[in-house]
Design a protein around this ligand. Structure first.
Ligand code: ADP
Ligand code: ZN
Ligand code: ZN
Length: 851
């Protein structure tokens, strides 16, 4: 386990130098000031004074702890060092420096500024998003015992205060503020620094979950039995107990403690030691007699045994595509690989990654959150081994710090990660891969910076002179357009690997079937029949429905009353397993009433289908089939996701129902039917991207059907069988879909023909929110005469968490060339509005390139 890069502690040093410093003012030593980037939403640097004894330690790119305001402490990054004191105020002192080497490089600082500039936020906010919480000690930090800490075996000594703290932490993690009270210390950094370096505690941010490492049971010889002589005696006494003797022999065979005594420390996995032949109970006896001991070690999540993967040779088509990519890189910094589902894009990436690493540069491979599965990570681990780091938000901060430090030290030349991996301290990237480049999870929504990782990847590529490869079976309309207008290279893969067939797509006409009364619940006969056929052939089914919960709405049959959230302007979703009505925006929850609160009727009906209800009805229709559900609710527990996937992969599950989680990154052999439960809602969502979304989701989920030998089948339930989007999918005419969509976007001046900036105004008072929005619009219209300012208007959901929302949309022509200037004027307009007395408590958020 890597530690935070803390210097060795010198307890209470700080208080000493405060005192000393007064006498040393007249000294001839230089007085330095440092400009710090702090994690606050103010777009400027802050000047702090460097205490003399840190004069030779201070350098740019390292972390410094500073007081902020009257009570807070924050971790900042040193940006520059100079000797001119600030004019308007007296600079406070830096409390401590945390690093001996920079942890942030110049390219990153440049990037932070670029992101702040482009996405209208402060560089401090970008830094805050960039650094894993484990690298930021602040007054909001939480402290917990290190999971591997054992007071019996630790080699370190602890001060009295440290011991007091450790004792308290045994019961529960504590926030910084409480520890401060507990120990009666204002500044905790030196004691925390010391404890972190002794691997006794770890720090995290409260919002994040606790670090729960994966552990493995292991066996080792107890300390006194590790010497040769003692062991010999043991063998003598065990001569009559061959089973126990065998275990010790096996141990010595596997763990070479005689050559290397240290190897006893990590011991051996229990399963490996016992294998199939040796006896568990004999081992227990050895443990009871204190010859062996059991202990746990933390294992990396991905270093489990990897099944042997067969050697991969690229097919003709793959080799051809790869050659085209490389050729295209000669003239383009970025290339779009448009390869249908199952065409084998991953293998092409792997080959290119290998080449880039051999060339000596770093590689970043970005994947959307839910596509970064154990499946792909294991495959990559097998190939790239310990040179590869995995950066995932399902990981704890500690693991993220490990990857950050690994990139810094050069241990990880290659990182596969989600969105935030773009912030890692690379200094020599040669290749960036953005897989599933169309995926909306690349865009961060809340809080700032509201960046798009694909677009930032292109900027990073430019900074590093690296090549960027974007891949997708369903590229975003924007990328598709750029690729067809020479901005990116464009390479196509139109065949599935191994000539697997594309699935047959069938529309289940709901309105027709309703007329002929063949619909049961919302299941068409077409879909039910297809499921029966598939199950009869012992093959698997995926049913996709993009709504979780039981029913998205409850409705009184007599007076049409609908339960609504008390905090948000949305109806509550019924969740049956919790028997509760839940708001998907704020989490508000109440019991389902027995009768209607307005008319007392008992005829309350659940309306519509969420995944939970689908699961229930599928179980009724197919009592012999095993049905599993994969959505936010069933995957919230840490292992939920992996377990569901494993069970489906092993064939234990027959039908998998899920939200868009089932559309991505899954590669299963036995799925021959995919059902899209309701295509209509996706297509009729009032947003200019709804056709694109529907097209992508349906195409992606269809891609899960019939990979390898068997051709698959896709059944799409719809009441609009003549809808153009469905027909493009039905006829596999992707190109036409894109052309139609591009024509439409051009006509209405939507991206890629314009850039959008959405401004959201929020306040708990509806009138204040409206007034501020109107005022801001007025200012914007006056200053932005060359672009379109639309609004203000209420968004679809006009109240969230008791805040009333208003939006303003700014459409900037693509060729305006004044983006930077326009953004500055927008920021000024926002600031101007916020300085008005009545709007001081209003929140105004700008979202550049909203999705
Ligand atoms: P995509 O990401 O383009 O949808 P994948 O990379 O998942 O496609 O590949 C589809 C399937 O084909 C996977 O099961 C993959 O292991 C297999 N495959 C792809 N290329 C090869 C190859 N060259 N040799 C063997 N199997 C391959
Ligand atoms: Zn009623
Ligand atoms: Zn709500």
């Amino acid at each position: 386990m890597d530690k935070l890069r803390f210097r060795q502690a010198q307890p209470d040093k700080i208080f000493v130098f405060y005192a000393v410093e007064i006498f040393e003012q007249a000294d001839s030593r230089n007085t330095f000031f440092a400009e710090l980037l702090l994690p606050v939403p103010v777009p400027k640097l802050f000047t702090y004074r460097v205490p003399f004894d840190l004069n030779d330690k201070i350098q740019t790119g390292i972390r410094a702890i500073v007081p902020f305001g009257t009570r807070k402490i924050l971790t900042g990054i040193v940006i520059s060092i100079h000797e001119s004191p600030p004019k308007e105020y007296e600079a406070k002192y830096i409390l401590e420096l945390l690093d001996e080497e920079p942890i942030v490089n110049n390219l990153q600082l440049k990037l932070f500024n670029w992101i702040a500039d482009y996405y209208l936020c402060s560089a401090g906010e970008v830094m805050n998003a960039a650094l894993p919480a484990g690298l930021k000690l602040s007054s909001e930090s939480m402290v917990q015992l290190h999971p591997a800490f054992d007071e019996e075996t630790t080699l370190f000594e602890f001060s009295q205060k440290e011991e007091i703290l450790l004792k308290h932490l045994k019961h529960e993690p504590l926030p910084y503020s409480e520890i401060s009270k507990l120990l009666n210390l204002k500044n905790l950094y030196s004691i925390l620094k010391s404890l972190v370096s002794k691997e006794a505690v770890i720090l995290y941010e409260e919002v994040k979950e606790k670090f729960k490492p994966k552990t493995e049971k292991r066996i080792r010889l107890t300390a006194e039995f590790t010497s040769n002589e003692v062991l010999e005696k043991v063998f003598e006494t065990l001569a009559k107990k061959p089973k126990q003797e065998e275990i010790i022999l096996k141990y010595l065979q596997e763990v070479h403690i005689l050559q290397n005594p240290k190897s006893n420390f990590t011991g051996i996995g229990k399963k490996v030691l016992l294998g199939d032949e040796l006896s568990e109970s004999s081992l227990q006896t050895l443990v009871k007699n204190k010859i062996f001991e059991e202990f746990e070690i933390i294992v990396s999540r991905f270093e489990e045994e990897v099944q042997n993967l067969s050697e991969v040779k690229l097919s003709e088509a793959q080799l051809h595509a790869q050659a085209e990519i490389i050729k295209s890189f000669e003239t383009h910094a970025a290339v779009l690989l448009h390869g249908i589902t199952g065409s084998g894009k991953t293998e092409i990436y792997i080959d290119l990654i290998r080449q880039a690493l051999q060339g000596g540069s770093q590689v970043l491979y970005l994947l959307p959150e839910i596509a970064l599965t154990t499946q792909i990570v294991q495959r990559l681990k097998k190939i790239f081994g310990s040179a590869m780091g995995v950066y995932h938000s399902r990981f704890s901060d500690n693991e993220r710090v490990e990857v950050w430090n690994g990139v810094l030290s050069g241990k990880f030349k290659f990182v596969v990660g989600v969105r935030s991996a773009i912030f890692l301290p690379f200094d020599n990237l040669g290749l960036i891969i953005v897989d599933e480049e169309h995926d909306t999870s690349y865009k961060q929504q809340e809080p700032a910076p509201r960046y798009h990782a694909r677009d930032v990847a292109l900027v990073i590529g430019h900074m590093h002179h690296a090549k960027v490869l974007m891949g997708s079976a369903t590229p975003s309309v924007e990328s598709y357009y750029q690729a067809h207008h020479e901005k990116y290279g464009y390479v196509q893969l139109t065949k599935r690997y191994g000539d697997a067939q594309l699935p047959e797509v069938v529309l289940a006409d709901l309105s027709q079937e309703r007329k002929s009364k063949t619909v049961k619940g919302d299941f068409s006969r077409t879909l039910l029949q297809s499921i029966s056929d598939t199950l009869a052939q012992k093959e698997q089914v995926i049913i996709f429905q993009n709504r979780r919960g039981y029913s998205p709405m409850v409705n009184c049959q007599d007076c049409s009353w609908v339960p609504k959230c008390v905090n948000c302007a949305v109806s509550l979703t019924y969740h049956q397993y919790r028997n509760a009505l839940i708001c998907h925006y704020c989490g508000y929850r109440e019991e389902l009433p027995q009768q209607c609160p307005t008319c007392s009727s008992k005829r309350l009906l659940t309306v519509g289908y969420g995944t939970e209800k689908l699961e229930e009805e599928l179980k009724l229709h197919y009592p012999d089939a095993v049905v599993q559900r994969m959505d936010y609710d069933t995957t919230r527990v840490k292992s939920g996701y992996d377990t569901i996937i494993e069970q489906f992969e092993s064939g234990a599950t027959d039908i998998l129902v899920g939200t868009q989680m089932v559309t991505k990154g899954l590669d299963f052999d036995k799925v021959s039917l995919v059902g899209v439960f309701n295509a209509d809602r996706m297509m009729h969502f009032p947003d200019f991207r709804s056709y694109e979304r529907a097209f992508q989701l349906i195409t992606q989920v269809s891609g899960r059907a019939g990979r390898r030998e068997k051709p698959g089948k896709v059944v799409i339930q719809t009441s609009h069988t003549d809808h153009p989007v469905l027909n493009f999918i039905l006829n596999h005419t992707q190109e036409e879909f894109y052309n139609t969509e591009i024509t439409d976007r051009r006509e209405h001046a939507y991206p890629p023909f314009s850039r959008l900036i959405e401004i959201m105004v929020k306040h708990i008072d509806k009138k204040v929110s409206r007034d501020a929005a109107y005022k801001l619009t007025e200012v914007l219209k006056a200053t932005l005469t060359e672009v379109k300012v639309l609004g203000p208007g209420e968004p679809m959901v006009s109240k969230i968490r008791n805040h009333f929302l208003m939006t303003i949309l700014i459409k900037i022509p693509r060729d305006s060339g004044q983006l930077h200037d326009i953004k500055q004027r927008i920021q000024q307009a926002i600031n101007l509005t916020l300085t008005q007395k009545e709007f001081r408590t209003v929140r105004i958020v700008a979202d550049v390139d909203p999705l």
